[in-house]
Design a protein. Structure first.
Length: 234
């Protein structure tokens, strides 16, 4: 049992270093863990987050993949792979990894539903996207990621529920000083106009998708910029 104990002590030193923001020390200790115990899934996963944060994405991909080879139930590795795929707009892979994670544990990482919703929306799977977005909304009780309201707004607009889509205003209630607040206010105004148009004439004056107020690729890049929040314990 000597080797596992040495690995555990090195891992604990890595956690201590990370808590003190000594990232280089943490990486050195994690490499020590992996020299002692190459099948330490938690160490592979944690070093993957460090490489991901540094935008060393190829290394991070290999780290998360090694974590799953060591332990196919390492949920954080599935989420890490989903984040990497999201960055590169590989939507099918985002859905694959988040679906796997959610099947294994539906509540361990609520943000998996948000990634799943955004990926499905980009793939045109609007009803699935709405289901995932609403599930995330129900779990995000502290409104840690209010961008879900923006995503739901676009999902509902795509379904021609313009009154529902105008609930994007909930995002501004949570983040009133957002950089794109004026753009969102303009969107809400257009959505409200659409909703009134349907009430008054039975049809919207124009299709929402045709009058997007911003380049959608850039819009989603801004909306879903990845916010890193780590729990250093496995």
């Amino acid at each position: 049992m000597l080797v596992p104990q040495r690995a555990q002590r090195a891992y604990e030193r890595a956690e201590t270093a990370l808590a003190a923001n000594r990232v280089a020390d943490a990486e050195r200790e994690l490499n020590s863990v992996l020299l002692i115990d190459p099948k330490s899934a938690v160490a592979w996963c944690l070093i993957g987050t460090l490489h991901e944060e540094r935008l060393q994405l190829d290394k991070a991909f290999m780290d998360y993949s090694q974590a799953l080879l060591a332990d196919s139930h390492q949920l954080a590795a599935y989420l890490g792979l989903a984040r990497l795929a999201f960055r590169e707009q590989r939507w099918h892979e985002v859905v694959q990894f988040t679906d796997q994670l959610i099947r294994m544990n539906p509540v361990a990482f609520p943000v998996a539903y948000l990634y799943n919703a955004a990926a499905n929306f980009n793939l045109g799977n609007v009803s699935v996207a709405e289901k995932s977005a609403r599930k995330f909304q129900s779990l995000d009780t502290e409104d840690e990621r209010p961008q879900v309201y923006l995503l739901l707004g676009d999902i509902l607009a795509r379904q021609h529920d313009y009154a529902g889509a105008a609930e994007e205003r909930s995002f501004l209630r949570i983040v009133p000083d957002a950089d794109n607040a004026e753009e969102i206010k303009e969107e809400i105004k257009v959505l409200e106009d659409f909703s009134r148009g349907i009430e008054n004439a039975g049809v919207p004056p124009i299709n929402w998708v045709e009058i997007s107020l911003a380049n959608r690729a850039q819009f989603y890049e801004n909306r879903f910029a990845i916010k890193y929040t780590y729990s250093w314990r496995p």
